[in-house]
Design a binder for this molecule. Structure first.
Ligand code: PLP
Length: 492
């Protein structure tokens, strides 16, 4: 398949018309396809799927072909445990160069004191950040108390006392149903087993984070870590106030900016809303709004800088050198003026989409957005988020179901949908398309209904819809997609 694609391409153009991106892409598929035709089929089929649907999953994006190509090479073969100039393996000179470049670019991009670019994902970044805080705060304390220089010198009783202290700390984060992330203390995640969890939520009326309430809970609970950040909260957060609260109760302010790192890099979130200016430790993914390779990073102040560098082997295995190189490429891309314009457009598109949904009669939480995402409450359509997600996928709109605050349908079925604009904006979509998308969503949700279960109750999972309405919606979606092709550099 790939072989014929490459040959067809070579034969259909004159050499002066060849696009290097297309040649690179097709040549790599040819190499892979020699022994793995099914893998090539799946890559091509994923490309087709992404080209032929509206990607509105708020946590996804389209990274550049330069980022993709940087991921696929021999850097993946190298072990480089440790950090630049401090490795547990020989022969790491080139990896030192790559990791140092990624670190410097991340520091410059975010104005951070220190950057750690090894985490394999956002969840790993949070794990390393948690252990960095626990290690730094408790090792220092117990080193003083026991007059020891390393934990290796603790006797068994001292080790047990240290372990008990470390394992008895509180983490305070945004609750899952109000937009927090699984790694912020959800019971199915390790974070809830490592820490005693205490949550703050949103105001039931406004659905906004209430800073006075956060302060009240923090004063009562006295957490070791006050965690800001979210997966499904449509508003910016005032991190200056969060830092004041953390300082008042002696907590470390950690911010997980996985979702909105691109808006920080693109200077949309500045001043009080810039987490790097206020938090002691900031974690992020690199693949959401930031538009880099799948992975994570951690930014720290001076206190945590040397401890975070021990992330491998503290909590991580060997770094993915190819991913660190791709992160460096993405940080470079994110430091341009065109990226700043992109970040602003992401937010503008979300605002217009939110307003258009409201005009269509669709409720959205907090009645608006000031970031890249919207949470729609679809209770009034008489269907669950799961059913809405399924019906919209039939019309070529890919988004995911999401809890609304205090959701009666729980986290599996949900009553909401989360919509994001980062990927569509990368594809070149603008405000007019946002209005059309809102009307498409309204049409599809309005013609969808739950099926009835054997017990005569409405199902929360299965659904039916008016096929002609969904087909017409699909045609509108196809029309929009055809005007803004994905990866125009790939002309096959
Ligand atoms: N933190 C937040 C706020 C997220 O939204 C996510 C992913 O959705 C993560 C962490 C985890 O990222 P990853 O999937 O890369 O582990």
């Amino acid at each position: 398949m790939s072989s014929s694609l490459l040959n067809n391409y070579l034969q259909s153009k004159s050499p002066s018309e060849y696009k290097p991106e297309t040649l690179a892409y097709l040549a790599s598929l040819e190499v892979i396809g020699k022994d793995n035709p099914q893998i090539v089929e799946s890559i091509l089929s994923e490309l087709k799927d992404q080209r032929s649907s509206l990607k509105m999953i708020a946590s996804e994006n389209y990274c550049s072909l330069a980022v993709q190509l940087t991921l696929g090479n021999l850097l993946t073969d190298k072990y480089a445990e440790g950090y630049p100039q401090h490795r547990f393996y020989a022969g790491c000179d080139n990896i030192d160069t790559i990791e140092s470049l990624a670190i410097e670019k991340a520091k410059k991009l975010f104005g951070a004191h220190h950057a750690y670019v090894q985490p394999h994902s956002g969840a790993d970044a949070n794990l390393v950040a948690f252990w960095t805080i626990l290690t730094k705060r408790f090792e220092d304390k117990f080193f003083d108390q026991f007059d020891k220089k390393t934990v290796m010198d603790f006797d068994d009783a001292q080790w047990e006392e240290y372990r008990q202290a470390v394992g008895n700390q509180k983490l305070m984060g945004l609750s899952l149903d109000c937009g927090g992330h699984l790694t912020h203390g959800f019971r199915q995640n390790l974070s809830a087993k490592m820490f005693k969890y205490c949550a703050y939520g949103v105001n039931p009326e406004t659905q906004l984070i209430d800073y006075d309430e956060v302060r009240k809970i923090a004063k009562r609970e006295k957490p070791l870590i006050l965690l800001g950040g979210y997966s499904a909260y449509p508003r910016k957060i005032n991190f200056k106030i969060f830092r004041e609260i953390a300082d008042e109760v002696g907590a470390v302010l950690m911010v997980d900016m996985a979702h909105f790192a691109g808006l920080v890099a693109g200077k949309v979130f500045t001043g009080d809303f810039d987490p790097v200016a206020h938090a002691q430790i900031v974690t992020s993914t690199t693949h959401k709004t930031l538009r880099g390779p799948r992975g994570g990073i951690i930014l720290t102040d001076e206190e945590f800088a040397t401890t975070v560098d021990r992330g491998c082997p503290m909590a991580l295995g060997g770094p993915l050198s190819n991913a660190m190189a791709a992160k460096a490429v993405a940080f470079e891309e994110a430091s341009t003026d065109s990226y700043k314009e992109y970040a602003q457009k992401v937010v503008d598109n979300a605002r217009v989409l939110g307003e258009a949904l409201i005009k269509e009669g669709i409720k959205i939480t907090t009645n608006g957005t000031d970031n890249h995402l919207i949470v729609a409450d679809i209770t009034s359509f008489g269907i669950t988020g799961r059913q809405g997600e399924g019906a919209l996928r039939e019309a070529g709109v890919t988004l995911n179901r999401n809890s609304i605050p205090f959701d009666p349908n729980g986290a599996w079925y949900t009553s909401g949908l989360r919509l994001g604009t980062p990927a569509l904006t990368s594809r070149g979509f603008g405000e007019d398309e946002m209005k059309t998308i809102a009307s498409v969503i309204k049409k599809v949700l309005s013609c969808t209904a739950p099926k009835t279960t054997k017990s005569g109750k409405p199902s929360k999972a299965t659904f039916s819809y008016d096929e002609s309405i969904v087909a017409a919606a699909r045609a509108e979606v196809d029309e929009m997609l055809s005007v803004k092709p994905l990866y125009p550099e790939l002309d096959f």
